[in-house]
Write a protein that binds this ligand. Structure first.
Ligand code: FAD
Length: 612
């Protein structure tokens, strides 16, 4: 893969080069992928035989270069220039089109796509690592391939062979992009109220209605866009059981794959937003001129189940967006803290770099430890996806599937909530300079703000975790997770005093999560409102404890490597210190989440509406 680096760097009004640098955190990425997410085991699955160590290593290196040299510098350009609609056409910064073109030429879209349609067929674990790099470098642009990825998976899993043959290769190559069209003005979190109509018409359907907030819903970076649209058939039952999924191309595609007529789907406006300025968030009108041609994906009235293929992957990826934007904010904060000289340190004469102040240390360590915990949680989840799909053993597939389902709302909900805090701390480390737009760190906070909203708000993730993942199986999946966490205890104990505070924190966190789970199960029958009041705190508790577990695993590996004099000793020592910080300073938050979750209080429900 050859990568051109011919991308402009923006210079601020006062002639200062803006902080646009992004460096993929390759050391930690490799550590997590290899030591915690067990890439070796994943790459030995028969389907990944071609994914040799050499191939994977060079992909990570090239992706890192591409992210920092091509995508990264366009991030602030997108924030400044945004996107707009002109003569019915959506315009994004030309630097985005250039960078996307290179993305396609380098084959990045195809990385973890099936070889049947021209993909490289690599593990989702590797696709997740490159996704972190794209999102860290440029979240607004990264959304475009992210949605295409989800659309590819959905079409591959549910569409007819004919549709797959006609559309998938161009999507896998990145020549055509995909969108996800659920939301309507009256239909956000609650998709049961969708009104878009699809009327059977010979071999296709005529789709009409309005979708709002459609990410990368229109643009000219590619010659075609494939919309995956939720709509209702005329005789469909009410509610979610009456929703079907349709593929609606912007341009119709002839049997030989060439482009045909313009389809009846048009963008009518793009939103002005707090962040991700250059990601066009579109209102799309379908069928104003007689009906947009759409093709059924999956079975009639089973559309929501199909769309969940896309939404589950997207939830993992949005969690990774939270990780990625936090990492970028951390890099800027860390570099600034090493340069900025301000204040004196007790016992020292003269001013010091602010990184020497204990409170700045606290902020940077909070960022670093949570980022590393999130990275481990996300990649371990990605590896369960690979196992659930490709392991030869059926039991292994089933338990990996159960784990993916349990961890997905935690990755999405907890990691994106944490990203709000971390990108805010990134500004705090900069002082007033951080609040000023020109520094660039304010953009990370603004960009991060959407992450707890799209792909299901945190409230919806919390409901999903409690309702579908805990109560629905009487806590079985959580019991399995708690048992895995318990297994770490004796291993950490055998590492001696150095890891004792980590061992004890993981054990305490595990007990708290178990206690909260039992409380939920006990209340489920008689007090559903109290259970759903607890859902957010339960989600945050689960994320905090799973993060501690992963940091405990990381510390165990680092300890062993140090004892064996294997690898980068400085990195491994830092990993243990960071895990200790997580255990001593972050894990205690779980006590507050437990107390709030299990308080039995229903005061939030008691206050009369007029008193709000
Ligand atoms: C920039 C951007 C990009 C987007 N991209 C896409 C896209 O590509 N495709 C697409 O289809 N949509 C997209 N969306 C829409 C997004 O998914 C919705 O905004 C989101 O699902 C929330 O729906 P809503 O805005 O209608 O809020 P509402 O559903 O009205 O929610 C408002 C508040 O009520 C809470 N709430 C609602 N129901 C419940 C419940 N049952 N339990 C507890 N709390 C609840 C929510 O948590 C939230 O806090 C995008 C939105 C934005 C802003």
């Amino acid at each position: 893969m050859g990568v051109s680096t011919d991308v402009k760097i923006v210079v601020g009004k006062k002639g200062r080069t803006l902080m646009t640098e992004y460096k993929a955190p390759l050391k930690d990425l490799r550590f997590v992928i290899n030591e915690l997410a067990d890439l070796k085991m994943i790459s030995q699955l028969p389907v990944f035989e071609h994914a040799t160590d050499d191939v994977l290593e060079s992909i990570l290196d090239e992706a890192s270069r591409f992210a920092s040299e091509v995508l990264g510098p366009t991030n602030i350009i997108g924030d400044h220039e945004g996107c707009r609609i002109e003569d019915g056409k959506v315009k994004v910064p030309s630097e985005f089109s250039d960078a996307y073109q290179l993305f396609v030429e380098n084959g990045w879209q195809s990385l973890d796509c099936s070889q049947d349609y021209g993909g490289m067929g690599l593990p989702t674990l590797i696709g997740s690592a490159t996704a972190e790099m794209w999102q860290g470098a440029n979240l607004a642009l990264g959304l475009c391939p992210m949605l295409t990825d989800g659309a590819i998976e959905t079409i591959e899993a549910h569409a007819s062979d004919e549709l797959k043959q006609l559309y998938l290769e161009k999507m896998v190559s990145g020549e055509w992009t995909g969108t996800m069209d659920l939301t309507e003005p009256q239909s956000g979190s609650d998709l049961a109220t969708i009104r878009t109509q699809a009327v059977p018409n010979a071999d296709h359907y005529k789709v009409s209605g309005t979708k709002i907030f459609i990410t990368w819903g229109d643009h000219e970076m590619t010659e075609n866009i494939l919309h995956l649209v939720l709509a209702r058939l005329p005789d469909a039952p009410d509610g979610v059981r009456g929703i079907s999924l349709f593929l609606v191309p912007k341009f119709l595609v002839n049997d030989d794959g060439s482009l045909g007529d313009r389809n009846d789907v048009f963008v009518t406006s793009v939103e002005h937003k707090l962040g991700i300025h250059a990601s066009p968030t579109c209102v799309l009108n379908f069928g104003d001129n007689g009906g947009a041609v759409g093709y059924l994906v999956g079975q009639e009235n089973r559309g929501l189940a199909c769309m969940f293929t896309m939404m589950n992957l997207a939830r993992l990826q949005v969690g990774i967006q939270g990780l990625a934007v936090s990492e970028r904010s951390y890099q800027a904060a860390r570099d600034y803290a090493k340069e900025r000289v301000q204040g004196q340190f007790p016992g020292n004469r003269g001013s010091v770099q602010i990184i020497q102040h204990p409170d700045v240390r606290r902020m940077l360590m909070t960022m670093k430890s949570l980022i590393e915990a999130m990275r481990a949680t996300a990649y371990v989840t990605a590896s369960t996806i690979d196992i659930s799909r490709h392991a030869e053993d059926a039991d292994m597939r089933a338990s990996a599937f159960e784990r993916t389902a349990l961890l997905t709302p935690i990755v999405k909900g907890w990691m994106t909530e944490v990203a709000q805090d971390l990108t805010s701390i990134g500004i705090q480390v900069h002082g007033g300079t951080g609040y000023v737009e020109e520094t660039g760190v304010a953009q990370y906070l603004r960009d991060a703000r959407i992450l707890t909203i799209y792909e299901g708000t945190t409230g919806i993730q919390a409901n999903d975790l409690v309702g579908r993942k805990i109560l629905a199986d009487s806590g079985l999946a959580m019991q399995h997770l708690l048992a895995d966490i318990a297994e770490l205890d004796s291993r950490l104990a055998s590492c001696g005093a150095e890891l004792e505070s980590i061992r004890s924190a993981v054990a305490t966190g595990r007990l708290r999560l178990e206690q909260a789970t039992n409380w939920l199960l006990g209340k489920a029958q008689d007090e559903p409102a109290v259970v759903y009041l607890a859902a957010f705190d339960y989600l945050m508790l689960a994320g905090t404890v799973v993060g501690a577990w992963q940091m405990g695993r990381a510390a165990e590996v680092a300890h062993k490597k140090l004892a064996d004099k294997d690898g980068d000793a400085d990195f491994h020592k830092a990993k243990i210190i960071t895990a200790r910080f997580y255990a001593e300073e972050i894990l205690p938050r779980s006590a507050g989440y437990l107390e709030a979750a299990t308080s039995d209080s229903s005061s939030a429900m008691e206050l009369p509406e007029e008193q709000f």
